[in-house]
Design a protein around this ligand. Structure first.
Ligand SMILES: [Zn+2]
Length: 152
Protein backbone atom coordinates (compact mmCIF):
# COMPACT_ATOMS: atom_id res chain seq x y z
CA UNK A 1 0.00 0.00 0.00
CA UNK A 2 1.35 3.38 -0.92
CA UNK A 3 2.05 6.19 1.48
CA UNK A 4 0.07 9.38 1.75
CA UNK A 5 0.50 12.53 3.78
CA UNK A 6 -2.08 14.43 5.82
CA UNK A 7 -2.17 17.99 4.48
CA UNK A 8 -3.02 19.38 7.92
CA UNK A 9 -0.33 17.84 10.12
CA UNK A 10 2.04 16.21 7.56
CA UNK A 11 1.80 12.80 9.18
CA UNK A 12 2.63 10.02 6.73
CA UNK A 13 0.64 6.79 6.71
CA UNK A 14 -0.79 4.09 4.44
CA UNK A 15 -3.24 5.06 1.74
CA UNK A 16 -6.88 4.19 2.50
CA UNK A 17 -7.32 5.51 6.06
CA UNK A 18 -10.58 7.37 6.70
CA UNK A 19 -9.06 9.73 9.27
CA UNK A 20 -5.54 10.92 9.96
CA UNK A 21 -4.03 8.65 12.63
CA UNK A 22 -2.13 11.64 14.00
CA UNK A 23 -4.54 14.61 14.04
CA UNK A 24 -7.82 12.68 13.48
CA UNK A 25 -8.87 14.95 10.61
CA UNK A 26 -11.39 13.19 8.37
CA UNK A 27 -9.59 12.53 5.11
CA UNK A 28 -10.94 13.57 1.73
CA UNK A 29 -9.11 11.95 -1.14
CA UNK A 30 -10.57 13.64 -4.21
CA UNK A 31 -12.07 16.88 -5.34
CA UNK A 32 -11.40 20.47 -4.37
CA UNK A 33 -11.59 19.68 -0.67
CA UNK A 34 -8.98 16.94 -0.84
CA UNK A 35 -6.75 17.15 2.20
CA UNK A 36 -4.30 14.35 1.56
CA UNK A 37 -1.08 14.51 -0.43
CA UNK A 38 -0.90 11.35 -2.48
CA UNK A 39 1.88 12.12 -4.93
CA UNK A 40 5.31 13.58 -4.48
CA UNK A 41 5.45 16.75 -6.54
CA UNK A 42 8.81 18.46 -6.14
CA UNK A 43 9.00 22.25 -6.44
CA UNK A 44 12.69 22.82 -5.77
CA UNK A 45 16.11 21.17 -6.01
CA UNK A 46 18.36 20.75 -3.01
CA UNK A 47 22.06 20.11 -2.70
CA UNK A 48 22.58 18.32 0.58
CA UNK A 49 26.07 16.83 0.45
CA UNK A 50 28.96 19.22 0.32
CA UNK A 51 31.49 18.07 -2.24
CA UNK A 52 28.91 16.03 -4.11
CA UNK A 53 27.23 17.10 -7.33
CA UNK A 54 24.05 15.26 -6.44
CA UNK A 55 20.89 17.33 -6.67
CA UNK A 56 17.61 16.08 -5.28
CA UNK A 57 14.08 17.11 -6.17
CA UNK A 58 12.27 18.26 -3.04
CA UNK A 59 9.14 19.93 -1.76
CA UNK A 60 9.76 23.13 0.14
CA UNK A 61 7.72 22.95 3.33
CA UNK A 62 8.89 25.74 5.58
CA UNK A 63 11.12 28.74 5.20
CA UNK A 64 13.38 29.94 7.98
CA UNK A 65 15.86 32.77 8.08
CA UNK A 66 18.83 30.93 6.63
CA UNK A 67 17.47 27.41 6.16
CA UNK A 68 14.48 25.72 4.62
CA UNK A 69 12.69 22.53 5.60
CA UNK A 70 12.16 20.20 2.67
CA UNK A 71 10.93 16.69 1.93
CA UNK A 72 12.62 14.58 -0.75
CA UNK A 73 9.87 11.96 -0.51
CA UNK A 74 6.43 11.67 1.05
CA UNK A 75 7.69 10.11 4.27
CA UNK A 76 9.87 13.16 4.90
CA UNK A 77 6.87 15.48 5.22
CA UNK A 78 6.66 14.20 8.78
CA UNK A 79 10.43 14.57 9.35
CA UNK A 80 11.66 17.25 6.98
CA UNK A 81 15.30 17.81 6.15
CA UNK A 82 16.98 21.09 6.93
CA UNK A 83 18.86 22.57 3.98
CA UNK A 84 20.58 25.98 3.74
CA UNK A 85 18.72 28.42 1.52
CA UNK A 86 21.97 28.88 -0.40
CA UNK A 87 21.80 25.18 -1.40
CA UNK A 88 18.21 25.37 -2.63
CA UNK A 89 17.47 25.90 -6.32
CA UNK A 90 14.40 26.34 -8.47
CA UNK A 91 12.93 23.13 -9.80
CA UNK A 92 14.32 22.73 -13.32
CA UNK A 93 13.55 19.21 -14.57
CA UNK A 94 15.66 19.57 -17.74
CA UNK A 95 18.79 20.51 -15.83
CA UNK A 96 18.19 17.81 -13.28
CA UNK A 97 17.76 15.21 -16.04
CA UNK A 98 21.00 16.25 -17.77
CA UNK A 99 22.97 16.19 -14.53
CA UNK A 100 21.49 12.84 -13.56
CA UNK A 101 22.23 11.30 -16.95
CA UNK A 102 25.85 12.42 -16.79
CA UNK A 103 26.22 11.21 -13.21
CA UNK A 104 24.90 7.81 -14.31
CA UNK A 105 27.38 7.71 -17.21
CA UNK A 106 30.20 8.59 -14.86
CA UNK A 107 29.19 5.83 -12.45
CA UNK A 108 29.11 3.30 -15.29
CA UNK A 109 32.53 4.47 -16.53
CA UNK A 110 34.02 4.23 -13.03
CA UNK A 111 32.68 0.68 -12.71
CA UNK A 112 34.22 -0.26 -16.05
CA UNK A 113 37.62 1.11 -15.02
CA UNK A 114 37.39 -0.54 -11.62
CA UNK A 115 36.68 -3.88 -13.29
CA UNK A 116 39.62 -3.50 -15.68
CA UNK A 117 41.97 -2.49 -12.86
CA UNK A 118 40.75 -5.46 -10.81
CA UNK A 119 41.73 -7.84 -13.62
CA UNK A 120 45.34 -6.64 -13.36
CA UNK A 121 45.28 -6.74 -9.57
CA UNK A 122 44.19 -10.38 -9.74
CA UNK A 123 47.29 -11.09 -11.81
CA UNK A 124 49.72 -9.67 -9.26
CA UNK A 125 52.11 -12.21 -7.76
CA UNK A 126 52.83 -11.80 -4.03
CA UNK A 127 56.43 -10.87 -3.41
CA UNK A 128 56.57 -13.11 -0.35
CA UNK A 129 55.56 -16.74 -0.25
CA UNK A 130 52.68 -17.07 2.21
CA UNK A 131 53.94 -20.41 3.53
CA UNK A 132 57.65 -19.70 3.94
CA UNK A 133 57.56 -15.91 4.34
CA UNK A 134 60.53 -15.88 1.98
CA UNK A 135 60.56 -13.89 -1.19
CA UNK A 136 59.23 -15.85 -4.10
CA UNK A 137 61.97 -16.97 -6.35
CA UNK A 138 61.17 -16.56 -9.93
CA UNK A 139 59.95 -19.94 -10.99
CA UNK A 140 59.03 -21.32 -14.36
CA UNK A 141 55.43 -21.90 -13.33
CA UNK A 142 54.80 -18.24 -12.60
CA UNK A 143 52.04 -17.02 -14.83
CA UNK A 144 53.16 -14.86 -17.63
CA UNK A 145 51.03 -11.78 -17.76
CA UNK A 146 50.33 -9.79 -20.79
CA UNK A 147 50.26 -6.15 -19.87
CA UNK A 148 48.83 -4.91 -23.08
CA UNK A 149 46.54 -2.03 -22.26
CA UNK A 150 44.06 -1.16 -24.90
CA UNK A 151 42.39 2.17 -24.89
CA UNK A 152 38.73 2.07 -25.78
ZN1 LIG B 1 -3.09 14.84 10.26
Amino acid sequence: MSEIVCASCHACFSNGASACPSCQTALIYTGDDANVITTFEPNCLVHRMRGSDRLEPAVLLKEGRTNVKVATRLAEYARPLTVPKSETYTFTPDLLAHIQALRNERTAAVHRYDARIAVYWQSLVPYYDYATHEPHSASPDMPSISLTVTNE
